[in-house]
Design a protein around this ligand. Structure first.
Ligand SMILES: [Zn+2]
Length: 159
């Protein structure tokens, strides 16, 4: 396992549409292990593969309660709304937070590291994080859709 360099905005890889994963092999497992290490080392709650320079549809997250690996994820159901309950941030955009309108509840369908399909329904911060990471896989950053962007302040939690 290893910590990889985090790509910062405005690197063009952050604007690409990431490609589907078709091989669930040791390269993918190494990427996932490294992304996990990189996320925890950076005190992030989620990181998507393009943020470590790999344009594939992969993200990992841990908002505090459980660790998730998602390959080829999609949101299949959503409801409700959240807005400024959490300032949103990004490991690729240090120093900025924003208020972003998101679904309050999402159900995600994804594959695990061995290619098995699973579904996960979450709300609140976890739901925000999933939507943020999925945006990364489509080349979208929170600063594109935030209704307000402001300097990150100490003591406020971001994703
Ligand atoms: Zn991000």
């Amino acid at each position: 396992m290893a910590i990889r360099n985090i790509v910062n905005h405005p690197d063009p890889i952050l604007r690409e549409k990431a490609i589907q994963v078709t091989k669930f092999n040791s390269n993918l497992h190494k990427l996932l292990d490294d992304m996990k290490d990189t996320m925890y080392a950076a005190n992030g709650v989620g990181i998507a593969a393009p943020q470590v320079g790999i344009s594939k549809r992969v993200f990992v997250m841990d908002c505090g309660d459980f660790y998730v690996e998602a390959i080829n994820p999609e949101i299949i159901e959503f409801s409700g709304e959240q807005f400024d309950n959490y300032p949103e941030g990004c490991l690729s955009i240090p120093g900025l937070h924003g208020d972003v309108r998101r679904h309050m509840v999402v159900k995600m369908r994804a594959q695990d590291r061995d290619g098995n399909l699973y579904e996960l329904e979450v709300d609140d911060l976890e739901a925000r994080c999933i939507q943020h990471e999925l945006d990364h896989l489509n080349g979208v950053l929170f600063i594109d859709i935030a209704e307000k962007v402001y300097p990150a302040t100490e003591g406020k939690e971001g994703v």
